[in-house]
Design a protein around this ligand. Sequence first.
Ligand code: AP5
Length: 254
Amino acid sequence: MSALKRIENTAWLRGNSAGCRPRFRERRSCWRLVLLGPPGVGKGTQSQLLKQRLGACHLSTGDLFRAACSRVGCDPTPAMQEAKNYMRRGQLVPDSTVWDMVRERSECLHCRVGFLLDGFPRTLPQAEQLQKFLEGAMLPLSAVVEYKMPLDEIIKRLRGRRVCETCNAVFHVTSHPPKVEGVCNECGGRLYQRPDDCPASISVRMEAYRKSTSPLIEYYEDLGLLTSIDADGTADQVFARTMGALVPQARRVG
Ligand code: AP5
């Protein structure tokens, strides 16, 4: 993993934006995107591709909680311990804990290169809090991208996922295998299977998505921000579809 990637991650994952240096220094268009979609549909994978193309920072609340829960050398706060238990079971972390974590990192939402919010917001109260914050700060969203795919295909993606414990790079045992089994191509770190990718947690996560997150589709449709993308096909095909939908949308909003 490059030093710059580590610095960007530090700002979001550790809440320390003092040393944040976005990758793109020259002035480019500033994209502020929310990525929506069921667990495992490929939001994290698309975020990496979008980040390379658009230069915006990838802000994942799942990565943020995993980093906070696994930090070596400091005891997790009671709120973090509680968050860890919710995550292991596949349940959503309470809105107040999520918003506290995001608010502590609100500098990342002001970033001049924009952001890709992945896994946040996930409930209507979270979406309303975010919208209020962004309106107050005059930071309008460019678009909300909803990824869609049949459930049985999503489950195959989740069951085969492997993640680097050091740099969070994401692999898949068949569609995107590492060069050496169990070892990250990017940094040589150890690959592991997320504890919430077990069958019991997957069904709880899918139900949480259906019940709590899918209402956001209508919320963002009403705000005129929603773009729906078919997430079937290779990561590059999905990325091409996403860019094909975003560019005209960007022209519409100016
Ligand atoms: P989080 O980490 O956000 O997990 P998630 O939403 O469940 O999403 P995933 O990371 O599982 O999937 P993804 O869509 O990013 O797919 P990926 O690209 O990895 O959240 C985890 C937990 O944290 C939650 O359950 C909750 O407890 C808590 N939490 C987080 N945010 C919260 C919030 N705001 N409020 C409350 N609680 C919150 O892809 C999956 C696999 O498919 C990979 O192996 C990948 O290589 C493969 N793949 C991807 N695209 C393709 C493709 N096109 N073709 C073939 N394979 C592909």
